[in-house]
Design a protein around this ligand. Sequence first.
Ligand code: KG4
Ligand code: ZN
Length: 341
Amino acid sequence: MRGPDLVLGIESSCDETAAAVVRDGTEVLSNIIHSQLLLHQRFGGVVPEIASRSHTQRILGIVQHALREAAVTPEQLTAVAVTNRPGMIGCLLVGATAAKALSWLFDLPLVGVDHVQAHIHAAFMTRPDMPLPAVTLVASGGHTALYLVHAPGRTERIGSTRDDAAGEAFDKGAAILGLTYPGGPAIEAAAIDGDPTAVQLPRPLLHNELDFSFSGVKTALLYHLRGSGLERPMPSLSAAQVADLAASYQAAIVDCLVVKMRRAAERHHAASLAIGGGVARNALLRAAIAADPVLGALELVFPPLAICSDNAAMVAGLGTEQLRRGAVDDLHLPVTATARR
Ligand code: KG4
Ligand code: ZN
């Protein structure tokens, strides 16, 4: 009889070096994540060369840590799954090279996984019997899109951002307000004591579309502070003003996300709604979805925070799904900067 599938996942597409072991596609035995936050913070964003160098230094230790914590030896693994797209090429190459070496050394099937699809798949790891079709929002620093999910691994993109990603909007808004990178958690924390109605910010593209646009919200915040010709210097803001601006900005981004999710759910007769990506950690977003009359009536699947932002458990989970379908790669597996459509 075939034993359980024990899949090692590896993730290095951006600034997290991560490895995880997942049993039978859903049971997370270990989920080790090293964040490079401190390396990039002073630059206000991820520096590709610094990121890939740090991945190189960390990757083997992180893989060993994941195996040790799961109490699994490489010989016991069924396969190794790795993010091979989308992301920064130098970063992706580090994870892919490590995965290929393990695949060759221990004679393991190699499964290349799309990072955005893995964010979508996190919902199935949380709720394997999620009623379908589902509408899933993936909102992170690099991508913001809506997907119609027909089955695990079978998704259709139905809307996406035309400019900034939602996480990027949080990051840029935080930079304008003098808050730290990454901006999402910083804005969320600053907004706690703020009034979300203090400043009227636009909600772009609200009508008819399933696409998003966030760059205008960021520009409106900047113009609010410095004038529409940027004629004023940046004012020095009190803590109360920062709180009000952060709350107003967060509310505008969350409103845009919720309106589009509602429209997508209605248009596609969704049975469930799921969220993934770093922005899915946001508590206001989760509360606004639950409070929405249409969305709140659906099955809501909010994955645990540890598998919302970048992690390798979601990679191992989707990798298991692909392995079972026979979608296995070989040592020629390429890395690609762009996402699968
Ligand atoms: O999925 P992720 O970890 O990495 C990418 O694939 O980009 O997402 C990171 C993004 C950042 O832009 C960060 O500001 C945002 O997710 N983020 C949040 C929160 N936590 C992380 N945005 C809003 N609220 C949060 N609590
Ligand atoms: Zn991500």
